[in-house]
Design a protein around this ligand. Structure first.
Ligand SMILES: [Zn+2]
Length: 252
């Protein structure tokens, strides 16, 4: 899937295009199956101040149902390469899940895709550092996970015990935390701290290849109602058994 960066300045484009390609490759390596809406060129628009997202329909008549490309809005530029990889891989996660649906579980899964992408790319860079114009390193990229966690701890004014739990990054402990907040997963699908707890609990061991198209399992399915919906739970019993088992860790 060819990537085009739109509205980024030339310097950012030069550095971010190779990074975007590496990110796409990392996500596709984990999830090689055809995306639910097929392979298409990806157009990434810089929209600072907007919530990053895969566009399902837009004011200018764009509709994912009929378009020949994916449209992704991002707000990250080149100041942190980790930020760009984190955002872009999250949105690619939605492309692979089915971008017409979101909810608390799907947000946890999209965050997990982004953590996996960062870890996979950093591992490659440990062996062979990236070529210019990419100036980042494995350590800098990996450190973005810490930055993202600390940002959300601040954002949600987390108490000391929660801060310490996230600092330990113990998957079992984070899984318990996510399970204890299962009602919040549903009522606050974009609660990024909770999304991170679930994602950190899942990231080390997850059946990534079975994740493709999982967001189609809502009632109604996105084929029956193609509008963007984030008010529908997943029909968990319809998911691949491997995914059902993995999600049990976070109380689903
Ligand atoms: Zn998302």
């Amino acid at each position: 899937m060819e990537i085009t960066l739109i509205d980024f300045n030339d310097e950012d484009k030069r550095k971010l295009l190779p990074l975007a390609r590496i990110t796409l490759k990392a996500v596709r390596a984990r999830m090689p199956a055809e995306p639910p809406l097929g392979q298409r060129p990806i157009r990434c628009y810089l929209r600072p101040g907007n919530k990053p997202r895969v566009i399902v329909s837009d004011d200018d008549g764009y509709s994912i149902a009929t378009a020949d490309h994916y449209r992704i809005h991002l707000s990250a530029t080149n100041s942190y390469s980790g930020h760009f990889v984190y955002q872009f891989s999250h949105e690619l996660g939605h492309v692979m899940l089915d971008p017409r649906r979101s909810n608390g579980v799907l947000e946890i899964l999209a965050v997990a895709v982004s953590l996996r992408a960062i870890k996979d790319i950093a591992k490659k860079w440990d062996q062979k550092p990236p070529l210019r114009p990419i100036t980042s390193t494995a350590a800098v990229l990996r450190d973005y996970i810490r930055i993202a966690i600390e940002h959300e701890l601040m954002e949600y004014s987390a108490d000391k015990a929660t801060q310490e739990m996230f600092a330990r990054r113990d998957p079992d402990e984070l899984a318990k935390y996510a399970s204890a907040h299962v009602a919040d997963q549903d009522s606050k699908p974009h609660h990024r701290l909770l999304n991170l707890a679930g994602a950190l609990a899942l990231v080390a061991d997850f059946p990534w290849k079975d994740l493709v198209g999982v967001a189609r399992h809502t009632i109604p399915s996105p084929d029956a109602d193609g509008q963007y919906r984030e008010d529908l739970p997943l029909d968990l019993s319809a998911l691949p058994l491997t995914v059902q088992t993995a999600l049990q860790k976070i109380g689903r």
